[in-house]
Design a protein around this ligand. Structure first.
Ligand code: SAH
Ligand code: SF4
Length: 364
Protein backbone atom coordinates (compact mmCIF):
# COMPACT_ATOMS: atom_id res chain seq x y z
CA UNK A 1 0.00 0.00 0.00
CA UNK A 2 1.09 3.55 -0.71
CA UNK A 3 3.08 5.38 1.98
CA UNK A 4 1.20 8.61 1.22
CA UNK A 5 -1.18 9.91 3.85
CA UNK A 6 -4.70 8.54 3.23
CA UNK A 7 -6.99 11.51 3.85
CA UNK A 8 -10.10 9.32 4.00
CA UNK A 9 -9.56 8.37 7.64
CA UNK A 10 -8.78 11.83 9.03
CA UNK A 11 -11.31 13.63 11.22
CA UNK A 12 -12.28 17.17 10.22
CA UNK A 13 -9.87 18.61 12.79
CA UNK A 14 -7.03 16.36 11.61
CA UNK A 15 -7.62 17.36 8.00
CA UNK A 16 -7.50 21.02 8.94
CA UNK A 17 -4.26 20.43 10.87
CA UNK A 18 -2.85 18.58 7.90
CA UNK A 19 -3.57 21.54 5.61
CA UNK A 20 -1.82 23.86 8.07
CA UNK A 21 1.16 21.50 8.06
CA UNK A 22 1.49 21.81 4.29
CA UNK A 23 1.22 25.62 4.56
CA UNK A 24 -2.36 25.96 3.44
CA UNK A 25 -5.39 27.55 5.09
CA UNK A 26 -7.36 25.29 7.46
CA UNK A 27 -10.69 25.98 5.70
CA UNK A 28 -9.29 23.97 2.78
CA UNK A 29 -9.38 21.00 5.13
CA UNK A 30 -13.10 21.47 5.64
CA UNK A 31 -13.64 21.74 1.89
CA UNK A 32 -11.81 18.45 1.30
CA UNK A 33 -13.67 16.81 4.19
CA UNK A 34 -16.99 17.80 2.64
CA UNK A 35 -15.98 16.62 -0.82
CA UNK A 36 -15.07 13.22 0.55
CA UNK A 37 -17.72 12.55 3.15
CA UNK A 38 -20.60 14.75 2.09
CA UNK A 39 -20.47 14.65 -1.69
CA UNK A 40 -18.78 11.28 -2.10
CA UNK A 41 -15.92 12.63 -4.23
CA UNK A 42 -12.52 11.00 -3.73
CA UNK A 43 -10.82 12.16 -6.92
CA UNK A 44 -8.76 15.31 -6.24
CA UNK A 45 -9.29 16.58 -9.80
CA UNK A 46 -13.05 16.75 -9.26
CA UNK A 47 -12.71 18.97 -6.16
CA UNK A 48 -13.44 22.06 -8.21
CA UNK A 49 -13.10 24.72 -5.51
CA UNK A 50 -9.54 23.81 -4.49
CA UNK A 51 -7.53 25.26 -7.37
CA UNK A 52 -4.95 23.51 -9.54
CA UNK A 53 -1.89 24.27 -7.41
CA UNK A 54 -3.38 22.88 -4.22
CA UNK A 55 -4.63 19.80 -6.05
CA UNK A 56 -1.11 19.12 -7.36
CA UNK A 57 0.35 19.62 -3.89
CA UNK A 58 -2.20 17.25 -2.37
CA UNK A 59 -1.51 14.62 -5.00
CA UNK A 60 2.18 14.69 -4.16
CA UNK A 61 1.66 14.13 -0.44
CA UNK A 62 -1.55 12.24 -0.07
CA UNK A 63 -4.13 9.85 -1.46
CA UNK A 64 -7.80 9.17 -0.88
CA UNK A 65 -8.20 5.43 -1.12
CA UNK A 66 -11.14 3.15 -0.32
CA UNK A 67 -10.89 -0.63 0.18
CA UNK A 68 -11.22 -2.63 -3.04
CA UNK A 69 -14.65 -4.14 -3.62
CA UNK A 70 -14.18 -7.78 -4.55
CA UNK A 71 -17.77 -8.91 -4.54
CA UNK A 72 -21.31 -7.94 -3.56
CA UNK A 73 -23.90 -10.63 -2.93
CA UNK A 74 -27.55 -9.77 -2.38
CA UNK A 75 -30.09 -11.95 -0.58
CA UNK A 76 -33.73 -12.18 -1.62
CA UNK A 77 -34.81 -9.66 1.06
CA UNK A 78 -32.24 -7.14 -0.11
CA UNK A 79 -29.46 -7.65 2.46
CA UNK A 80 -26.17 -6.98 0.74
CA UNK A 81 -22.89 -8.48 1.74
CA UNK A 82 -19.72 -6.81 0.54
CA UNK A 83 -16.39 -8.55 0.39
CA UNK A 84 -13.57 -6.01 0.58
CA UNK A 85 -9.85 -6.41 0.05
CA UNK A 86 -7.46 -4.32 2.14
CA UNK A 87 -4.18 -5.76 0.91
CA UNK A 88 -2.88 -9.00 -0.57
CA UNK A 89 -3.62 -11.03 2.58
CA UNK A 90 -6.38 -9.09 4.30
CA UNK A 91 -10.06 -9.30 3.47
CA UNK A 92 -13.04 -8.06 5.42
CA UNK A 93 -16.75 -8.05 4.98
CA UNK A 94 -19.57 -5.65 5.69
CA UNK A 95 -23.30 -6.13 5.48
CA UNK A 96 -25.95 -3.57 4.54
CA UNK A 97 -29.37 -4.44 5.85
CA UNK A 98 -32.44 -2.60 4.55
CA UNK A 99 -35.30 -2.29 7.02
CA UNK A 100 -38.60 -0.40 6.83
CA UNK A 101 -37.31 2.91 8.06
CA UNK A 102 -33.58 2.43 8.15
CA UNK A 103 -30.50 1.14 6.43
CA UNK A 104 -28.19 -0.55 8.90
CA UNK A 105 -24.55 -1.12 8.08
CA UNK A 106 -22.64 -3.80 9.94
CA UNK A 107 -18.93 -2.99 9.70
CA UNK A 108 -15.62 -4.64 10.55
CA UNK A 109 -12.93 -3.18 12.78
CA UNK A 110 -10.24 -5.85 12.35
CA UNK A 111 -9.25 -8.34 9.66
CA UNK A 112 -9.91 -11.49 11.65
CA UNK A 113 -10.03 -11.59 15.44
CA UNK A 114 -7.65 -12.94 18.07
CA UNK A 115 -10.29 -13.73 20.70
CA UNK A 116 -11.41 -17.11 19.42
CA UNK A 117 -14.99 -17.30 20.64
CA UNK A 118 -15.92 -20.88 19.90
CA UNK A 119 -19.09 -20.07 17.92
CA UNK A 120 -17.55 -17.41 15.68
CA UNK A 121 -16.24 -17.95 12.17
CA UNK A 122 -14.03 -14.85 12.40
CA UNK A 123 -12.43 -16.10 15.61
CA UNK A 124 -11.93 -19.52 14.09
CA UNK A 125 -9.89 -18.14 11.22
CA UNK A 126 -7.55 -16.13 13.45
CA UNK A 127 -6.25 -12.58 13.56
CA UNK A 128 -4.67 -10.74 10.68
CA UNK A 129 -4.45 -7.07 11.61
CA UNK A 130 -6.20 -3.98 12.89
CA UNK A 131 -7.99 -1.82 10.34
CA UNK A 132 -6.80 1.75 9.83
CA UNK A 133 -9.34 4.53 10.34
CA UNK A 134 -9.48 4.90 6.52
CA UNK A 135 -10.41 1.25 6.17
CA UNK A 136 -13.14 1.54 8.78
CA UNK A 137 -14.74 4.77 7.53
CA UNK A 138 -14.15 3.54 3.97
CA UNK A 139 -16.85 0.94 4.60
CA UNK A 140 -19.42 3.63 5.38
CA UNK A 141 -18.23 5.64 2.39
CA UNK A 142 -18.71 2.66 0.07
CA UNK A 143 -22.15 1.85 1.48
CA UNK A 144 -23.26 5.44 0.90
CA UNK A 145 -21.55 6.48 -2.29
CA UNK A 146 -20.55 3.43 -4.25
CA UNK A 147 -24.08 2.21 -3.90
CA UNK A 148 -27.41 3.77 -4.85
CA UNK A 149 -27.36 7.14 -3.08
CA UNK A 150 -31.03 6.88 -2.13
CA UNK A 151 -30.07 4.12 0.28
CA UNK A 152 -27.94 6.16 2.65
CA UNK A 153 -26.90 4.40 5.82
CA UNK A 154 -28.90 5.51 8.87
CA UNK A 155 -27.41 3.17 11.50
CA UNK A 156 -23.96 1.69 11.99
CA UNK A 157 -23.18 -1.36 14.12
CA UNK A 158 -19.64 -2.56 14.86
CA UNK A 159 -20.71 -6.18 14.58
CA UNK A 160 -18.74 -7.33 11.57
CA UNK A 161 -15.31 -8.88 11.85
CA UNK A 162 -13.08 -8.16 14.80
CA UNK A 163 -13.19 -6.75 18.30
CA UNK A 164 -13.60 -2.95 18.09
CA UNK A 165 -12.15 -2.42 21.58
CA UNK A 166 -8.90 -4.07 20.50
CA UNK A 167 -8.62 -1.24 17.96
CA UNK A 168 -10.08 1.52 20.08
CA UNK A 169 -8.15 4.54 18.77
CA UNK A 170 -9.12 4.00 15.15
CA UNK A 171 -12.68 3.05 16.06
CA UNK A 172 -13.16 6.24 18.11
CA UNK A 173 -11.69 8.31 15.31
CA UNK A 174 -14.18 6.91 12.81
CA UNK A 175 -17.06 7.38 15.25
CA UNK A 176 -16.03 11.04 15.37
CA UNK A 177 -16.33 11.23 11.55
CA UNK A 178 -19.64 9.34 11.52
CA UNK A 179 -21.12 11.82 14.00
CA UNK A 180 -19.71 14.94 12.33
CA UNK A 181 -22.54 17.35 11.44
CA UNK A 182 -20.72 18.35 8.28
CA UNK A 183 -21.11 14.91 6.81
CA UNK A 184 -22.76 11.66 7.93
CA UNK A 185 -24.25 13.28 11.03
CA UNK A 186 -25.24 10.00 12.65
CA UNK A 187 -26.56 10.47 16.15
CA UNK A 188 -25.00 8.63 19.08
CA UNK A 189 -28.03 6.35 19.30
CA UNK A 190 -27.59 5.24 15.72
CA UNK A 191 -24.07 3.94 16.26
CA UNK A 192 -23.60 0.74 18.27
CA UNK A 193 -20.28 -0.56 19.42
CA UNK A 194 -20.41 -4.28 20.16
CA UNK A 195 -17.76 -5.78 22.41
CA UNK A 196 -16.98 -9.20 23.79
CA UNK A 197 -15.96 -7.43 26.99
CA UNK A 198 -12.54 -5.79 27.00
CA UNK A 199 -13.12 -4.26 30.43
CA UNK A 200 -10.17 -1.78 30.61
CA UNK A 201 -11.16 -0.45 27.20
CA UNK A 202 -14.80 -0.02 28.23
CA UNK A 203 -13.44 1.97 31.17
CA UNK A 204 -11.16 3.94 28.86
CA UNK A 205 -13.97 4.99 26.50
CA UNK A 206 -16.32 5.94 29.34
CA UNK A 207 -16.74 9.71 29.15
CA UNK A 208 -14.85 9.81 25.85
CA UNK A 209 -17.68 8.65 23.62
CA UNK A 210 -21.43 8.30 24.01
CA UNK A 211 -22.48 5.78 21.38
CA UNK A 212 -24.69 2.80 22.25
CA UNK A 213 -22.87 -0.11 23.81
CA UNK A 214 -23.70 -3.75 23.13
CA UNK A 215 -22.04 -6.49 25.15
CA UNK A 216 -21.70 -10.02 23.82
CA UNK A 217 -22.58 -11.96 26.96
CA UNK A 218 -23.74 -15.34 25.59
CA UNK A 219 -23.56 -17.14 28.95
CA UNK A 220 -25.02 -16.59 32.40
CA UNK A 221 -22.09 -17.98 34.40
CA UNK A 222 -18.32 -17.70 34.25
CA UNK A 223 -17.68 -21.42 33.72
CA UNK A 224 -19.59 -21.53 30.47
CA UNK A 225 -18.47 -18.07 29.37
CA UNK A 226 -14.80 -19.01 29.99
CA UNK A 227 -15.34 -21.81 27.54
CA UNK A 228 -17.24 -20.07 24.74
CA UNK A 229 -15.89 -16.50 25.09
CA UNK A 230 -12.31 -17.18 26.29
CA UNK A 231 -11.56 -13.49 27.01
CA UNK A 232 -13.87 -14.02 29.99
CA UNK A 233 -10.97 -15.72 31.82
CA UNK A 234 -9.25 -12.35 31.86
CA UNK A 235 -12.35 -10.17 32.31
CA UNK A 236 -15.09 -12.12 34.10
CA UNK A 237 -18.81 -11.37 33.91
CA UNK A 238 -18.93 -9.35 37.13
CA UNK A 239 -16.28 -6.90 35.90
CA UNK A 240 -17.90 -6.69 32.49
CA UNK A 241 -21.30 -5.83 33.95
CA UNK A 242 -19.78 -3.29 36.33
CA UNK A 243 -17.88 -1.47 33.59
CA UNK A 244 -20.99 -1.54 31.37
CA UNK A 245 -23.04 -0.01 34.16
CA UNK A 246 -20.48 2.74 34.63
CA UNK A 247 -20.48 3.41 30.89
CA UNK A 248 -24.27 3.63 30.95
CA UNK A 249 -24.18 6.10 33.83
CA UNK A 250 -22.00 8.40 31.75
CA UNK A 251 -24.80 8.60 29.14
CA UNK A 252 -28.24 10.15 29.52
CA UNK A 253 -31.14 8.53 31.31
CA UNK A 254 -32.83 7.19 28.17
CA UNK A 255 -29.91 4.94 27.33
CA UNK A 256 -29.62 1.22 27.89
CA UNK A 257 -27.07 -1.52 27.24
CA UNK A 258 -27.84 -4.10 24.58
CA UNK A 259 -27.01 -7.57 25.82
CA UNK A 260 -26.32 -9.98 22.98
CA UNK A 261 -26.97 -13.62 23.69
CA UNK A 262 -26.37 -16.21 21.03
CA UNK A 263 -28.58 -19.30 21.31
CA UNK A 264 -26.73 -22.56 20.71
CA UNK A 265 -28.54 -25.86 20.96
CA UNK A 266 -27.88 -27.65 24.28
CA UNK A 267 -25.07 -25.24 25.17
CA UNK A 268 -26.75 -22.15 26.64
CA UNK A 269 -30.42 -22.31 25.65
CA UNK A 270 -32.20 -24.02 28.59
CA UNK A 271 -34.83 -22.38 30.78
CA UNK A 272 -32.34 -22.67 33.64
CA UNK A 273 -29.91 -20.55 31.58
CA UNK A 274 -32.70 -18.03 31.01
CA UNK A 275 -33.45 -17.93 34.78
CA UNK A 276 -29.78 -17.37 35.60
CA UNK A 277 -29.67 -14.59 33.03
CA UNK A 278 -32.67 -12.94 34.68
CA UNK A 279 -30.85 -12.89 38.05
CA UNK A 280 -27.57 -11.78 36.55
CA UNK A 281 -29.07 -8.81 34.74
CA UNK A 282 -31.54 -7.79 37.43
CA UNK A 283 -29.92 -4.41 38.06
CA UNK A 284 -28.64 -3.54 34.58
CA UNK A 285 -30.79 -1.30 32.40
CA UNK A 286 -30.70 -3.36 29.27
CA UNK A 287 -32.44 -4.87 26.29
CA UNK A 288 -31.62 -8.44 25.44
CA UNK A 289 -31.04 -9.41 21.85
CA UNK A 290 -31.23 -13.15 21.29
CA UNK A 291 -29.28 -14.34 18.28
CA UNK A 292 -29.97 -17.86 16.99
CA UNK A 293 -26.53 -19.33 16.24
CA UNK A 294 -25.60 -19.10 12.58
CA UNK A 295 -23.89 -22.39 11.65
CA UNK A 296 -20.67 -22.52 9.64
CA UNK A 297 -18.87 -25.58 8.25
CA UNK A 298 -16.02 -25.71 10.78
CA UNK A 299 -18.35 -25.63 13.78
CA UNK A 300 -20.20 -28.51 15.39
CA UNK A 301 -22.67 -26.29 17.21
CA UNK A 302 -26.28 -26.29 16.16
CA UNK A 303 -28.80 -23.48 16.20
CA UNK A 304 -31.38 -23.74 18.98
CA UNK A 305 -34.77 -24.97 17.88
CA UNK A 306 -37.45 -22.38 17.15
CA UNK A 307 -39.35 -23.66 20.19
CA UNK A 308 -36.37 -23.21 22.53
CA UNK A 309 -35.73 -19.72 21.20
CA UNK A 310 -39.36 -18.77 21.86
CA UNK A 311 -39.38 -20.32 25.35
CA UNK A 312 -36.12 -18.56 26.24
CA UNK A 313 -37.46 -15.24 25.01
CA UNK A 314 -40.80 -15.67 26.78
CA UNK A 315 -39.09 -16.46 30.05
CA UNK A 316 -37.17 -13.18 29.84
CA UNK A 317 -40.29 -11.23 28.91
CA UNK A 318 -42.25 -12.82 31.76
CA UNK A 319 -39.54 -11.46 34.05
CA UNK A 320 -40.02 -7.92 32.70
CA UNK A 321 -37.08 -7.79 30.33
CA UNK A 322 -37.25 -6.42 26.84
CA UNK A 323 -36.10 -9.33 24.72
CA UNK A 324 -36.06 -9.62 20.95
CA UNK A 325 -34.86 -12.29 18.59
CA UNK A 326 -32.55 -11.13 15.86
CA UNK A 327 -33.86 -12.44 12.62
CA UNK A 328 -30.84 -13.88 10.93
CA UNK A 329 -31.31 -11.99 7.71
CA UNK A 330 -28.94 -12.79 4.94
CA UNK A 331 -28.49 -16.44 5.91
CA UNK A 332 -28.46 -17.42 2.29
CA UNK A 333 -25.47 -15.14 1.67
CA UNK A 334 -23.70 -16.22 4.87
CA UNK A 335 -24.84 -13.03 6.55
CA UNK A 336 -23.19 -13.74 9.89
CA UNK A 337 -19.91 -12.46 11.11
CA UNK A 338 -16.82 -13.72 9.33
CA UNK A 339 -18.44 -16.40 7.28
CA UNK A 340 -17.78 -15.12 3.81
CA UNK A 341 -14.13 -14.39 4.42
CA UNK A 342 -13.89 -17.76 6.13
CA UNK A 343 -14.85 -19.34 2.85
CA UNK A 344 -12.13 -17.53 0.98
CA UNK A 345 -9.14 -17.91 3.17
CA UNK A 346 -8.63 -20.87 5.38
CA UNK A 347 -7.03 -19.78 7.64
CA UNK A 348 -6.69 -16.08 6.83
CA UNK A 349 -3.55 -15.34 4.91
CA UNK A 350 -2.41 -18.93 4.50
CA UNK A 351 -3.33 -19.06 0.89
CA UNK A 352 -3.48 -16.33 -1.66
CA UNK A 353 -6.40 -16.66 -3.99
CA UNK A 354 -6.74 -15.07 -7.36
CA UNK A 355 -9.75 -12.83 -7.85
CA UNK A 356 -11.39 -15.39 -10.18
CA UNK A 357 -11.01 -18.09 -7.54
CA UNK A 358 -12.53 -15.81 -4.94
CA UNK A 359 -15.53 -15.08 -7.14
CA UNK A 360 -15.93 -18.72 -8.07
CA UNK A 361 -15.98 -19.76 -4.43
CA UNK A 362 -18.46 -17.09 -3.61
CA UNK A 363 -21.38 -18.76 -5.31
CA UNK A 364 -23.65 -20.35 -2.76
N1 SAH B 1 -16.17 -8.73 18.55
C1 SAH B 1 -17.37 -8.05 18.83
C2 SAH B 1 -18.10 -7.55 17.62
C3 SAH B 1 -18.15 -8.46 16.43
S1 SAH B 1 -19.04 -9.95 16.66
C4 SAH B 1 -18.27 -8.90 19.72
O1 SAH B 1 -17.96 -10.08 19.92
O2 SAH B 1 -19.26 -8.36 20.21
C5 SAH B 1 -20.69 -9.33 16.56
C6 SAH B 1 -21.76 -10.27 17.08
O3 SAH B 1 -21.88 -11.42 16.23
C7 SAH B 1 -21.43 -10.78 18.45
O4 SAH B 1 -22.50 -10.68 19.35
C8 SAH B 1 -21.10 -12.23 18.16
O5 SAH B 1 -21.27 -13.00 19.27
C9 SAH B 1 -22.05 -12.56 17.02
N2 SAH B 1 -21.69 -13.80 16.32
C10 SAH B 1 -20.46 -14.28 16.07
N3 SAH B 1 -20.52 -15.47 15.45
C11 SAH B 1 -21.83 -15.76 15.31
C12 SAH B 1 -22.56 -16.88 14.75
N4 SAH B 1 -21.93 -17.92 14.23
N5 SAH B 1 -23.91 -16.83 14.79
C13 SAH B 1 -24.55 -15.78 15.33
N6 SAH B 1 -23.94 -14.71 15.86
C14 SAH B 1 -22.58 -14.70 15.86
FE1 SF4 C 1 -13.91 -11.87 17.94
FE2 SF4 C 1 -16.44 -11.03 18.40
FE3 SF4 C 1 -15.93 -13.24 16.94
FE4 SF4 C 1 -15.48 -13.28 19.57
S1 SF4 C 1 -17.48 -12.99 18.54
S2 SF4 C 1 -14.09 -14.10 17.99
S3 SF4 C 1 -14.75 -11.21 19.90
S4 SF4 C 1 -15.37 -11.16 16.41
Amino acid sequence: MSKKNNLLGLTREELQDYLIKINEKPYRGLQIFEWIHNKGIIDFDSMTNLGKDLIEKLKQNSIIEIPEIIDISTSSEGTKKFLLKLDEDSFIEMVKIPEKKRQTLCISSQAGCALKCTFCATGYHGFKRNLTSSEIIGQLWIANYYEDESERVSNVVFMGMGEPLMNTTNVLKTINIMKDQKCYSLSKRRITLSTSGIVPEIEAITGKTDVSLAISLHASNDDLRNEIVPINKKYPIRDLLLSSKNYLESLNSKSYITVEYILIDKVNDSIEDASNLVSLLSDLKCKINLIPFNPFPESEYKRSSHQNVESFKNHLIKNKFIATVRTTRGDEIDGACGQLVGKLINPIGSKKLKKEQILARNIH
